[in-house]
Write a protein that binds this ligand. Structure first.
Ligand code: GLP
Length: 259
């Protein structure tokens, strides 16, 4: 696991965007795994700028998102499909038909999850997966206590995630946040060839510490990334504050990235 520590989230977002642009330039038919949340928004803006400046094209890219709230229609303004359309897809030249988000209204959610996994496999697997991290160390919606071998399935949110997400989505109304979601599993995520995880701000300090320097445990599902051969964490100084070896990680990753 490589830890890239930047002074600001702006700087980290630019570097992470560069990793995606490099991937798509090297393989125009890349399969991307995408994430929602406040964290990747700046990076998505950078991708929009790069497309506008004709530095990269997503015309042949296919994408699969991590998760979706169970019970929300794709048109619901708090759904993750809506979020992706508004924060990324309308700013890049991707063919919307090539973008995939789990259907929160699926009549048979188990079938929906199985079909989602099968479609990713048929596309050749995910080349690059983008992740954020929950304040309890979760990735996608894989809460503490979820098997690190889990596959795409219906999952149950913890009260702390419901609270965190009420702040961002749902205008603070806890009782309107769905308590279940459809989510890629940790095992599914770890099959991506490359992973980049973004973490910003003091609120992610404990999650980052657990992911990087804690043991590999289902208590912090992001810690599974320690076992991945090509996982990169892009964080700001605030999120990296509790890391014991932060100066070593910063030096090593800056050297590898030629910074
Ligand atoms: C939700 C999403 C995660 C995301 C997390 C953090 O739980 N399912 O994919 O990483 O929120 O969100 P934020 O980036 O807003 O802190």
């Amino acid at each position: 696991m490589e830890i890239v520590i930047c002074k600001t989230r702006e700087e980290a977002s630019k570097l992470a965007a560069k990793a995606i642009i490099d991937q798509v330039k090297a393989k125009p038919k890349s399969v991307l795994g995408l994430a929602t949340g406040s964290t990747p928004v700046l990076m998505y803006k950078e991708l929009g700028k790069a497309v506008k400046a004709k530095k990269v094209s997503f015309r042949e890219v296919k994408s699969w998102n991590l998760d979706e709230y169970y019970g929300l229609a794709p048109t619901h303004d708090q759904s993750y499909r809506y979020f992706m359309n508004e924060n990324l897809f309308k700013f890049i030249d991707i063919n919307i038909k090539n973008t995939h988000v789990l259907n929160g209204l699926a009549k048979d959610p188990v079938k929906e999850c199985k079909a989602y996994e099968a479609a990713i496999k048929r596309a050749g697997g995910i080349d690059l997966q983008v992740l954020g991290i929950g304040s309890d160390g979760h990735i996608a919606f894989n809460e503490p206590g979820t098997s690190l071998a889990s596959r795409t399935s219906v999952v149950y949110l913890t009260p702390s995630t419901i609270k965190d997400n009420a702040r961002l989505f749902f205008k603070g109304k806890m009782d309107e946040v769905p308590t279940r979601a459809l989510s890629m599993g940790v095992g599914t995520i770890c099959e991506a060839k490359k992973i980049i995880l973004l973490a910003f701000g003091e609120g992610k300090q404990d999650a980052v510490k657990g992911m990087v320097e804690g043991g590999v445990s289902q208590f912090c599902t992001a810690s599974a990334l320690q076992m991945h051969p090509d996982a990169w964490v892009y964080c700001d100084e605030a999120a990296a504050k509790k890391l014991k070896l932060k100066y070593y990680y910063a030096w090593r990753s800056a050297t590898k990235l030629g910074l």
